[in-house]
Design a protein around this ligand. Structure first.
Ligand SMILES: [Fe+2]
Length: 411
């Protein structure tokens, strides 16, 4: 599994790196004095080495074999961002030139002009994306509304609203003004149930205080629940569950709570994050413990941070599973479009339904989250919260998961 993931990241990195190098070499060749121009083979060899080491470091650090260095994570994601921009610039430019050459065979564009055109397109694209990223940062979070149909849902539960917040990453790249805007938007939705699916904080223990100060008074009418994410464990270690609870976060650690609404019952099950495994006693996912209180005719709402936990027993036992972690890759679009998360995760963003007849109607929702990881940029994956409404009446269809490659690692 690790080998597969590494190879996938490696080849993606390599292709993007080489395109990036060609651009860099072209720019250096055309715009700098000759004594500064490095030989092209040296440049390609150097970046080939980086393309090998950086993804390897990332995979190993997330597996706990190497220390996690925030600066190297930033470098990895910056590479994807810039290399992706230049690759798109190159493809756009080549497309325009191909059309031009086809239409005007008498004035064919070739040689150095081709490079300059590709560089200009890449530069303009970079400027446009910078503007878009800035816009995404200052506008209010997007609210996605979905109505989910469950044929066996008690009529008393029909209309129940669940506000799903995930991956706030309170910290350096998530300022207080932005957090207050998120909180006020969430408050205005007045949900029955409020859930956080992990990564409330980013990298420092004192971020829990900021979370408590801003979100402490935000509650769901029937209950508020949370599970821990990898960032809580990375930051707080074995004290993560107790520390977050002491800061007002209603953490469910392989345990459940019952919500009664008329004759309807919702069993909220929180499964702990794999990042807690081996960190402390009772930490890490324990499905048997988390599900032990589930009774017949209860609607099971499961909370996990990483969507991979949906595979296996949870998919069978839970009617609806909510997760986060992927951030939708922060760059790209939702299916059928590509996004960065699809390199790492089978379940990248949005709704998925069980893939066998027996599991039809068992749903997973992956939130793309509200915060930032790696780089403080989102393009096409705006910060979002999801208001889910449970319904006992039909009227909504769901995409099935693609038979994509494995899953799990970063955010
Ligand atoms: Fe996250």
């Amino acid at each position: 599994m690790i080998r597969q993931r590494f190879l996938r990241i490696f080849w993606s990195s390599l292709i993007l790196y080489e395109i990036f190098c060609l651009f860099l070499a072209g720019i250096i060749r055309d715009h700098s004095p000759s004594f500064l121009s490095p030989p092209l083979p040296g440049l390609l060899a150097g970046t080939f080495l980086l393309a090998t080491l950086l993804p390897l470091y990332l995979v190993l650090s997330f597996r706990g074999f190497l220390p996690r260095r925030r600066s190297l994570n930033v470098l990895f994601f910056l590479f994807y961002f810039f290399a992706g921009v230049f690759l798109t610039g190159l493809l756009l430019s080549e497309g325009i030139i191909a059309v031009h050459n086809f239409l005007f065979p008498g004035s064919v564009i070739r040689g150095a002009v081709r490079w300059t055109s590709a560089e200009t397109t890449g530069g303009l694209l970079l400027l446009a994306l910078f503007g878009m990223a800035l816009f995404e940062r200052v506008r209010p979070p997007r609210v996605i509304r979905k109505t989910l149909f469950f044929p066996c849902l008690s009529p008393d539960l029909s209309g129940t609203t669940i506000l799903h917040l995930s991956d706030l990453h309170v910290g350096a790249w998530q300022g207080e003004a932005s957090l207050k805007r998120i909180c006020e938007t969430a408050r205005s939705l007045s949900p029955d149930i409020l859930v956080y699916t992990g990564d409330m904080i980013d990298y420092r223990p004192d971020e829990a205080r900021i979370f408590e100060r801003i979100f402490g008074s935000l509650k769901g009418r029937l209950g508020t629940f949370a599970v821990l994410g990898n960032h809580e464990y990375w930051t707080l270690g074995e004290g993560a569950p107790a520390f977050m609870k002491s800061h007002g976060v209603p953490v469910l650690q392989n345990e459940s709570r019952l919500i009664q609404k008329g004759e309807g019952r919702i069993r909220v099950v929180g499964i702990d994050d794999p990042a807690g495994e081996g960190v402390c006693q009772g930490c890490g996912p324990d499905l048997a413990r988390g599900l032990r209180d589930v009774r017949a005719r209860e609607f099971v709402l499961a909370l996990v941070h990483q969507p991979t936990l949906w595979e296996g027993e949870l998919k069978t036992r839970a009617d609806l599973t909510l997760s986060g972690h992927t951030h939708g890759g922060q760059i790209g679009g939702r299916r059928p479009f590509w996004n960065l998360a699809r390199i790492f995760f089978r379940y990248d963003a949005g709704l998925f339904e069980g893939d066998s007849p027996a599991l039809r109607g068992h749903l997973l929702h992956v939130s793309t989250g509200l915060g930032y990881y790696g780089i403080p940029v989102r393009l096409g994956m705006a910060p979002e919260m999801t208001l889910l409404t449970l319904s006992a009446a039909p009227g909504v269809s769901f995409p099935s998961p693609s038979p994509g490659p494995g899953s799990a690692s970063p955010p």
